[in-house]
Design a protein. Structure first.
Lengths: 561, 349
């Protein structure tokens, strides 16, 4: 992927009108006979194609129509068929979306793999195979990803028996190392399991590492240790109330409100629910607090990886995050699992007395530039730190795009992509702020991007506070009218994303007329970002691999869901 | 008069037996003093210092200022199960912690610690004192290799390899810089080196600046302090342990008493590093008003504080960068310093 030329600008893309909108008819013409049928999804049109033409369609769309971002692959089972949906977008304009729908028969669910076109599809298809049971032909490495290799059946398929005990006979895996690991022929290399219990993996991540001396010859991240069936749990909850607490538990490092917004946005667009402006401002403000808290912890733990476990920076990060948590606690009543957003608004208004609450925020904002300066002094201005992280863990932009990297990881590779600006929601497009990018592509740029983004978030918060302070008392509407039991029309499909702390957090929902989703799929930014680790780490030293992992800022709760 | 000689003088036993008993008593006194320092440093002072750097309070519940945490921790650590992993290479695996702890303690035998209550706190004063200290401090490397190789653990193995590479890269500049002091003082005997620093260098408005080698040759002092950080394995050179990379390096498989011994060895080693710095650069136990022994303690604690400061504030460099700094930077500078010192001393004297 890395060898291809940078694609031409959007104007020359096929299927874009002069106004910059997508012309689906022209796209269908481009694909010609490949398109068997066309579906209407809420966010985009879906082109139905034959299962043996996936690679041809995806590469045409990428090379000629400019769809360079394979955001997500959703697999699901219907009564009569399996279906894989490739949600395509453009990094230049994520509002230009297209879904490629690949139905496969129930008795032979085999579809061509898209991993040859988009590297990111490799893990997405492995997950689809693992949970739903669709098989992908020509996939480079089709095996289970979240569940253990010995698992019987596919939990999200319709005929899966949940009461069936999972017997994992150890004799089948008598020598697990021999079976699971490509033991290299080269006798000079050494295999090391980094994780699942290791001080630097930020959770239960298992990195199968082959070392050549101190250098990484080959690594293979092994995930799934924290898989909690979040998608299935959401499918068993009602739209109105029972799903909202779950998003807090995906990226649980303070980013709860950003995750809640992902679900709120998808469900509100699915069921046509309006959100009052006042609630949008509160959402924007509180979400940015979440972002600062999440980035603080990202930078602090990154310092932990570089400096060692007695660094002052980590405790400074925790100290400042504490201030934010106090503010969010006053607002939401909770410090970690906020559950504050509701469909159509937020749970309650700002705490009384409002002046005191605003003063608390102002105090934080007043001190914030000084605090950031301190982090820059300790981190980015430190020459030893630069010695360690500049030009290590390099992720070239083409690779980043092919792996579907988003958030600070993509912006650290110079990709100007931020859904808050490019696909506006909430109150962001009314406010003054900048998208931060850095062309360094290395561990250093990712840290710098996070530090600068915290500055921008503070700008957003300040403007929100100004707005909220002057909001007329009789217009403080926090919640629109939403039916007590929400039943979206049957067979509506939507894929919507927000800019989470780690990147594009997307949710696909298919409704079937009941009060629970028929399919609930989470596009986790950490899941996609983690796939880039081999690109960054192979050939580097062990400490640089650890640094790259730290700079990716993964939260295993979100990777494994 | 050294400490054993002083003790032998008051003992009722005479002759060789008296000397032996006196030597054992003297060693026990010095050993106990250093171990007490370590006990204060490990469970208590280190926590308090790190907490001060990171805006926290740390231990404050057990006893006054949390001091009884030393007792609590000792009981806790000693009562833990000693886990012996399968496939470790005994007895090398058992010997490593002892080598680590004892080698560091042995070094104090020739350090002049000044006098208190009229007693000179120095165990022995051989003519080759400084060479002995450097030699004995290097034995710790052997312990690291034994621990890393015998543990039958890949992280330990990596840690052991790193330890060897690091010690090779830093011991030579360390010794060479120490050698420049020897050229100045014209002796390897530690007490003589201290004596050579007692003259006044310059007088600034009635304040006499002593001719400590740190003032005479600040360049060598900085070089030595940096190399010492690598020698004792603290940031930015804590690479053999590097908890976020290779779990705990050579000490990964040690628990309970062995873990305590390794930790003890590390802390005593830091103090020994401080003692060497104090002896050859900071005038040994010299200082105004307070007894010399107190000054000596203050100086080694200052070095300890410095290592903890580095730990809180400085990133860890990568192993290849460390080797590069060691062989291409420090070694060259150390040789330059040595040659320059030799020329200056040769011209002046």
């Amino acid at each position: 992927m890395s060898l291809e030329e940078p694609r031409p600008p959007t104007e020359s893309d096929v299927g874009v009108t002069a106004e910059g909108d997508l012309d689906y008819d022209e796209l269908a013409d481009l694909l010609g006979d490949h398109v068997v049928d066309r579906e209407q999804h809420v966010n985009a049109e879906g082109f139905v194609i034959r299962p043996d033409e996936v690679e041809a369609v995806l590469s045409t769309l990428r090379d000629e129509a400019g769809f360079d971002h394979c955001s997500c692959v959703t697999a699901q089972e219907y009564q009569d068929r399996y279906e894989s949906i490739y949600h395509l977008k453009k990094y230049d304009d994520p509002t230009q979306e297209l879904s490629v729908v690949v139905p496969t028969p129930r008795d032979n669910p085999v579809s061509q793999s898209g991993a040859g076109v988009f590297d990111t599809a490799e893990w997405h298809e492995r997950e689809a195979y693992d949970l739903v049971g669709v098989e992908y032909e020509d996939h480079p490495d089709l095996r289970r990803i979240l569940l253990p290799e010995t698992w019987q059946g596919h939990p999200l398929s319709l005929d899966y028996n949940q009461d069936q005990p999972q017997i994992v006979p150890l004799r089948e895996h008598a020598n697990p190392m021999e079976k699971r690991t490509k033991v290299p022929d080269d006798p000079d290399t050494m295999f090391v399991n980094i994780g699942p219990h290791h001080p630097a993996t930020h959770g239960v991540l298992h990195v199968k590492t082959t070392l050549d001396g101190e250098q990484i010859a080959d690594i293979d991240p092994d995930i799934g240790y924290l898989h909690r069936c979040e998608e299935q749990m959401c499918q068993q909850g009602t739209y109105r109330h029972q799903i909202m607490p779950y998003p807090d538990r995906w990226d649980y490092i303070s980013a709860g409100l950003l995750n809640e917004w992902a679900y709120a946005r998808a469900a509100e667009d699915l069921a046509d629910i309006d959100v009052p402006e006042y609630a949008q401002v509160i959402r924007t403000m509180s979400a940015e607090f979440s972002r600062i808290a999440a980035h603080l912890l990202a930078v602090a733990t990154f310092a932990l990886d570089i400096y060692g476990d007695f660094t002052a920076i980590f405790m400074y990060g925790i100290r400042d995050r504490e201030v934010i948590q106090n503010i969010l606690e006053d607002l939401t009543g909770q410090r970690l699992m906020f559950n504050y957003f509701r469909l159509g608004g937020v749970a309650w208004d700002l705490p009384e007395p409002r002046e005191e609450f605003f003063e608390q925020i102002r105090d934080f904002l007043d001190e914030w530039p000084e605090r950031l300066e301190e982090y820059h002094n300790l981190l980015t201005s430190n020459e030893l730190f630069q010695l360690r992280v500049v030009d290590t863990g390099v992720l070239p932009p083409e690779e980043a795009k092919s792996y579907g990297a988003t958030g600070p990881v993509a912006r650290g590779s110079g990709i100007d992509y931020d859904l808050r600006r490019d696909d506006p929601y909430g109150y962001y497009d009314e406010l003054e702020w900048d998208v931060i990018t850095d062309d360094g592509c290395d561990n250093f740029s990712r840290a710098v991007v996070r530090l600068k983004e915290m500055e921008q978030s503070a700008r957003i918060i300040e403007q929100c506070v100004d707005l909220l302070e002057d909001w007329p008392e009789d217009e403080r509407e926090i919640q629109s009218n939403v039916p007590r039991t929400l039943r979206p029309d049957p067979d509506k499909e939507i894929y919507r994303a927000v800019e989470g702390a780690k990147g594009e957090l997307g949710i696909y929902i298919r409704s079937d007329g009941t009060d629970k989703p028929a399919r609930f799929k989470i596009r986790s930014p950490c899941f996609c970002n983690l796939q880039t680790l081999p690109v960054m780490a192979e050939g580097e030293y062990v400490p640089d691999m650890i640094a790259a992992l730290g700079s990716l800022d993964i939260v295993l709760g979100e990777v494994d869901r | 008069m050294t400490l054993p000689e002083a003790i032998a003088g008051v003992l009722p036993i005479g002759g060789v037996a008296g000397e032996i008993v006196a030597a054992v008593i003297g060693a026990a006194i010095i050993g106990t003093i250093m171990l007490t320092n370590t006990a204060v440093a490990g469970p208590w002072a280190k926590r308090k210092i790190t907490a001060a750097f990171t805006d926290r309070i740390a231990v404050n519940r057990v006893g006054p200022f949390g001091l009884l945490i030393i007792v609590a921790d000792a009981v806790r650590l000693l009562s833990k199960e000693l886990i012996v992993p399968e496939g470790v290479d005994r007895p090398a695996w058992d010997l490593a912690p002892m080598v680590l702890a004892s080698s560091a303690l042995l070094g104090f035998a020739v350090i002049p610690m000044g006098s208190i209550f009229g007693v000179n706190m120095q165990l022995a004063d051989p003519e080759t004192g400084l060479a002995f200290v450097f030699a004995i401090a290097s034995v710790a490397s052997l312990g690291l290799v034994m621990a890393g190789y015998a543990s039958n653990n890949k992280y330990s193995f990596l840690g052991g390899l790193r330890a060897v590479a690091q010690n090779l890269a830093y011991e030579i500049p360390l010794v060479l810089t120490g050698l420049s002091v020897v050229i100045f003082a014209g002796t390897l005997q530690t007490s003589e080196i201290v004596a050579a620093q007692s003259e006044t260098l310059v007088s600034l408005g009635g304040l006499a600046i002593p001719s400590w080698f740190a003032f005479v040759n600040p360049f060598a002092f900085v070089l030595f302090v940096l190399a010492n950080l690598a020698e004792v394995g603290r940031n930015p050179f804590d690479i053999p342990e590097a908890p976020t990379e290779i779990v705990a390096g050579y000490q990964t498989e040690y628990s309970s008493v062995y873990f305590v011994l390794i930790y003890l060895g590390e802390f005593v080693h830091i103090f020994l590093g401080g003692a060497i710095i104090a002896t050859i650069f900071l005038g040994g136990p010299a200082g105004p008003v307070l007894p010399g022994f107190i000054w000596f303690l203050i100086k080694i604690w200052a070095v300890f504080l410095f290592t903890q400061w580095a730990r809180s504030a400085v990133p860890r460099v990568r192993i290849d960068q460390l080797i590069e700094i060691g062989w291409k930077g420090m070694l060259v500078l150390a040789f330059a310093n040595l040659v320059l010192t030799a020329v200056i001393v040769g011209v002046i004297a």
